[in-house]
Design a protein. Structure first.
Length: 321
């Protein structure tokens, strides 16, 4: 058992180092871009405008921040951190999507699968290491990147405040809810992984079975199946599941890309509206955890179990493209 754990840990480290650019450098680059945008905003405008809901906005002029209440500053910082966190969740989904899409296909394409087969590593361990990398290793890297990005951003904002003769400790640092917002992001990574697991399983299956261009199988095959299913129901006037099927798929995709889109049901998926005035960090965590109680999550986990099992089986008998 101990040797298996060491082997599995070695596989996780191997996956990280092989994709270090995607898992480690990408979130850092996003942080640098956000810092540059903050500097450009300062040099091109004299006030910060945050859209909060329904066309309303919160305007904070740097020169008058001393007259702004701590509640408004705290709220603005919460909105800023949640917005950047949502961006990181979306980029994380894109990175993991393409990582899993090529994970098993690339091993067969470049012949490295023969190297894995020569090691005392089972196909089950290899496939599971890739899915664990997607739901654990990559999110941990993005959490680290988000923390670094926020700190760099607030350091730059502190320098801007100092240049304008303001105290960054009383205006900025004392009003930042680091633990709550970073906690919301970490919980969001867990929720995102659970909702995205059926898609991750499908990507592994497509990567294991495709002889060429796994993207076509992973994306266009479900689209074609959904298109045929929709028109079949439309032609025979079977309204049962006609719209519920697509709303379920849409809900899974929405929560996989950004788990902050919580509380989405069959009847209100089209009316999703993220309102920061009602989504402080604590409420966001509460809503995300409540979203785990939906039955669609169980369906997704069952589908993921089947597809991951098929990917393990296929990898066992397919060594080339």
């Amino acid at each position: 058992m101990k040797n298996r754990m060491k082997t599995f840990w070695a596989l996780l480290k191997l996956e990280f180092w092989e994709h270090k650019g995607s898992f480690f450098k990408t979130p850092i680059i996003i942080g640098v871009v956000l810092v540059v945008m903050a500097l450009l905003s300062y040099f091109t405008t004299d006030r910060i405008v945050l859209d909060v809901s329904g066309g309303d906005n919160l305007q904070l002029a740097i020169g008058s921040l001393q007259q702004v209440s701590d509640d408004k500053i705290n709220f603005a910082l919460d909105v800023l951190m949640l917005m950047t966190g949502s961006l990181y969740h979306f980029i994380l989904f894109i990175v993991v999507f393409f990582f899993l899409l090529g994970s098993l296909y690339d091993d067969r394409k470049d012949g490295s699968i023969l190297f894995y087969k020569s090691l005392p590593v089972s196909d089950t361990q290899t496939v599971l290491s890739k899915i664990i990398t997607a739901i654990l290793v990559a999110p941990v890297s993005f959490v680290f990147g988000l923390v670094v990005s926020h700190l760099l951003m607030f350091i730059v904002i502190s320098l801007i405040l100092l240049i304008n003769g303001l105290n960054p400790f009383t205006i900025l640092w004392s009003n930042v809810s680091f633990i709550e917002n970073w906690g919301a992001f970490m919980v969001g990574c867990l929720v995102q992984a659970l909702w995205a697991l059926p898609l991750y399983g499908w990507l592994l299956f497509a990567s294991s079975v495709a002889k060429r261009r796994p993207f076509l199988l992973a994306v266009f095959a479900p689209l074609m199946a959904g298109f045929i299913w929709y028109w079949y129901n439309a032609l025979v006037n079977l309204n049962l599941f006609k719209f519920g099927f697509f709303q379920t798929i849409g809900m899974l995709f929405a929560k996989a890309t950004t788990p902050f889109a919580t509380g989405i049901g069959h009847n209100d998926f089209e009316n999703v509206d993220f309102d920061p005035t009602e989504h402080t960090s604590g409420e966001v965590i509460h809503n995300m955890l409540n979203g785990l109680m939906q039955i669609e999550l169980l369906y997704g986990l069952l589908f993921a179990t089947v597809t991951i099992g098929l990917a393990i089986y296929i990898r066992r008998y397919r060594n080339t493209v």
